[in-house]
Design a protein around this ligand. Structure first.
Ligand code: T6T
Length: 314
């Protein structure tokens, strides 16, 4: 709850420093390239982007690769850039592989805004807007500490190395686990953003270490697969599962008791601030280089109350 408050005040200051504009000076052409299509996190971000674009009087088009994969995202970015939009809002799928395409966008005069993920050299962008992913990883461990106060082995179910957001979540989690001698970090497994892979990996991990007490699943799809695998192993409720993100499936898992806590990001706000940054930059206004948005921790206790606001759209 403390994190929530400070994060909320970060948002307020970001909003006041960046959204001073009521209308853009002209109908700019904005392009949004998602990390992957069909992911409720990016769908909700798209809603926030479209709403703000309407408000400011600019046009936005959205595209995304069919998988969270830079070899599929790069050609989309290249083709978007060749049409010379005014701005590109983008969630790069890899810190290294997407640097070159974004450098080219900048060189072509396109204002780049990073939404959610980033690249090794974020100075390619006029602004980078993301959740407190490091803090989110730490909060995930704190949730496990509360749910399993006796301590024990914990595992991280990751996505793919090289994604800025999930790498930071893993680091925040690992550092926090290692600072508590009651817990033992048994490492990270990479599910490649595929629920079926996450399910197989968690089943295998539980065979190897049947005494695992908690799992932190780093995004929507890794959480979905983790919940399924634990359920199939007959251990739902015995192992504490904390997932990042709060799509409808994750909320259903929370209600069913296959997941105990969710860390909900604010994708619509990330998108809104992204549009504000693009327009401010195009109109020569003040642009904040780095904006951090907050998160809400959802449990069975708040999901039907205050927490309901944080559920992603599908
Ligand atoms: O967790 C989000 C996003 O922040 C991350 O960069 C990739 O995975 C999600 O889109 C959820 O699937």
């Amino acid at each position: 709850p403390d994190e929530d408050k400070s994060a909320a005040s970060d948002n307020a200051s970001a909003a006041s420093s960046q959204a001073a504009v009521d209308k853009a000076s002209k109908n700019y052409d904005l392009q949004f390239v998602q990390g992957v299509q069909g992911d409720e996190f990016y769908i909700t971000m798209q809603c926030g982007i479209e709403e703000e674009a309407r408000k400011l009087g600019v046009t936005v088009h959205t595209q995304g690769p069919t998988k969270f994969d830079p070899t599929l995202q790069k050609p989309i970015v290249d083709s978007v850039v060749s049409a010379k939009p005014d701005a590109l809002l983008v969630a790069p799928t890899d810190v290294k592989a997407m640097q070159g395409p974004l450098n080219q966008a900048k060189a072509a005069g396109v204002k780049v805004v990073l939404v959610d993920t980033t690249v090794d050299d974020p100075s390619v962008a006029v602004s980078a807007i993301a959740s407190d992913n490091l803090g989110g990883g730490k909060a995930a461990f704190e949730a496990i500490q509360k749910l399993a106060p006796q301590g024990g082995k914990v595992l991280a179910m990751g996505v793919t190395p090289g994604i800025s957001t999930t790498d930071l979540r893993a680091k925040g989690f690992e550092d926090a686990v290692k600072a508590d001698s009651k817990f033992k970090y048994v490492g990270i497994q990479y599910s490649n953003n595929d629920p079926a892979t996450a399910s197989q990996l968690i089943s295998a991990a539980l065979q190897k270490d049947p005494d695992i007490v908690g799992v932190f699943a780093l995004n929507l799809f890794s959480a979905e697969g983790t919940a399924t695998g634990i359920k199939q192993s007959g251990k739902s409720g015995k192992i504490q599962v904390v997932g990042f993100d709060a799509g409808p499936n994750q909320v259903a898992a929370l209600r069913a008791g296959t997941v105990q806590a969710l860390i909900a990001q604010q994708p619509a706000e990330i998108g809104k601030f992204g549009v504000d940054a693009a327009v401010a930059s195009l109109d020569g206004g003040q642009v904040t280089a780095k904006v951090q948005t907050g998160f809400t921790i959802l449990t069975k206790d708040n999901i039907d109350g205050d927490g309901a606001k944080a559920i992603y759209k599908s």
